[in-house]
Design a protein around this ligand. Structure first.
Ligand code: NAD
Length: 475
């Protein structure tokens, strides 16, 4: 059930941003100690309130596995914030670079951008707010966050907690729907980070362009999985279905569709069936299995299934015996494999964002690369197989935000790797030092030498100097 959230007006938003900007200028760049303090206060907010936050997320989803919330929302955010707190002092050091002339000094100063706007989605409502915030705070910025209206209890609670743990010039949560989101993206931030769908990403970029606000867009798309002939099909099925059922597939880097050879299809289906029956003896009455977030999202997934079926796909439900495949009351959809898919089916056109896995077969491995390259660049690509030459070939000839070999989604929780898309799946990456750099201005600083040689070179009269330069070409 959706609750009515308090909506902020665009005047409210402008007033908040102006006051954050004034405070940023007045206080100057935050010291390392203040940055660490902000990061650790965010850790404290999450640690002290994780049960209430988990209950709010559960209420918003209809049902959200408490383990999944703890692991992928609470602890992943705490991990990112602590990692930034540990490294911030080292990251913010000026970087001395080679100077072109004796007596000259050159360095890169890591300067905060100012006030950063964050628009976050519903699928991991804490992770996708606090993840960017780790980089934003580490870089010495302050922030304004607009969480999703689809998780109203969580968003309201976040607003209340942030007001308790942070001063109004450090971090402010504003509440509202897409309309508020639109007004939010029209504000003259120093940077705007948006996590959400590619369709909304286009609006954000267009609106932000009016103020030349630089954007980081963390979008979605269709992330392919390829099982090569050298792969262990059973192990691949287990790893793929583990992630495809996590958060009921409502993950931006979830395996969206699968490629395997004709000869592997039967073995994959059997392994997936066995794995799901062991992991989820019940789907409908199992607290480990998460619901689809809203009736609208549920209906969309059901429509994808019936569209595929009407166009000739073979649907294999992995629902436990005696349980319905889908239930509109619990909004739980059992995992499904969809065989014989074609590009005419909507399920092969839209990002799925649910526990449905289309399976395509290939005769020659190269077909998989050609198919991926003929479609928008995905947020992640996954390759299963032991053939190292083919792994290399796949890595070189496909372009995706990330590539994971012999697993799926693993990269998202590794703080040392950049996380982001490429092409249609996004602009700019964050996590760890990559987040710090994303939200920092790398300012070039030069101290001229006493003799000012490079300045003298520009000084008229030029006749003698030009003769010297021309002589360079005569040798
Ligand atoms: P969404 O794009 O519908 O909404 C995201 C946020 O944008 C919400 O806060 C919403 O209120 C706001 N919004 C909606 N319309 C807006 C507009 N016109 N102007 C400004 N703001 C607007 O996305 P969603 O349904 O919440 O999330 C699912 C999508 O997010 C999927 O496509 C998924 O792949 C993507 N996603 C990407 C990542 C990533 O890190 N790359 C992570 C999670 C989700």
């Amino acid at each position: 059930m959706l609750i009515m959230m308090k909506q902020q007006t665009s005047e409210d938003l402008s007033t908040i941003l102006n006051s954050l900007k004034r405070a940023h200028l007045k206080h100057g760049p935050a010291s390392a100690a203040l940055r660490r303090d902000r990061l650790l206060r965010a850790v404290q907010l999450l640690s002290e309130n994780h049960l209430a936050l988990s209950a709010a997320i559960n209420q918003d989803f209809g049902h959200r596995s408490a383990y999944q919330t703890l692991l992928a929302d609470v602890l992943s955010s705490i991990g990112a914030l602590k990692f930034a707190a540990e490294h911030v002092e080292q990251w913010m050091q000026p970087e001395v670079v080679a100077a072109p002339a004796e007596g000259m000094q050159t360095w890169i100063q890591q300067q905060p951008l100012g006030v950063v706007g964050i628009i976050s989605p519903w699928n991991f409502p804490l992770n996708l707010a606090f993840g960017p915030l780790a980089g934003i705070f580490a870089a010495g910025n302050t922030a304004m966050l607009k969480p999703s209206e689809l998780t109203p209890h969580t968003s309201e609670l976040l607003a209340e907690l942030v007001a308790r743990y942070f001063k109004p010039h450090e971090l402010v949560v504003v509440l509202g729907d897409a309309e508020v989101g639109q007004a939010f993206s029209a504000l003259p931030f120093d940077h705007l980070v948006f996590t959400g769908s590619s369709a909304v990403g286009k609006h954000i970029m267009r609106t932000a362009a009016e103020n030349l606000v630089p954007v980081t867009l963390e979008l979605g798309g269709k992330s392919p999985v390829v099982i090569a002939e050298s792969a262990d099909v059973q192990q691949a099925a287990q790893r793929i279905m583990t992630v495809k059922t996590f958060n009921a597939g409502q993950i931006c880097v979830s395996p969206d569709y699968l490629f395997l050879s004709d000869a592997q299809e039967k073995a994959f289906v059997a392994a997936a069936q066995q794995f799901i029956s062991e992991s989820f003896p019940s789907v409908q009455h199992n607290n480990d299995y998460t619901s689809i977030v809203s009736p609208r999202h549920f209906e969309r997934l059901v429509a994808l299934l019936s569209d595929a079926q009407s166009k000739g796909a073979k649907i294999i439900s992995l629902a436990p015996e005696g349980e319905p495949d889908i239930d509109a009351v619990t909004r739980k959809i059992a995992p499904h494999l969809i065989l014989n898919v074609t590009d005419e089916m909507l399920i092969m056109q839209e990002e799925i964002f649910g526990p449905l896995l289309p399976v395509k077969t290939y005769q020659l491995f190269e077909e998989t690369i050609n198919y991926i390259n003929a479609h928008p660049r995905p947020l992640a690509a996954y390759y299963f197989g032991q053939d190292q030459a083919q792994q290399q070939h796949f890595a070189i000839h496909t372009t995706s935000g990330a590539l994971v070999i012999n697993d799926v989604m693993t990269h998202a929780s590794i703080d040392t790797l950049p996380f982001g898309g490429v092409g249609a799946s996004g602009i700019g990456a964050y996590h760890g030092v990559h987040g710090f750099r994303r939200f920092t201005h790398a300012k070039a600083v030069v101290v001229q030498s006493m003799d000012g040689a490079s300045n003298l070179r520009l000084r008229a009269p030029y006749e003698q100097k030009q003769a010297t330069l021309t002589a360079l070409f005569n040798n």
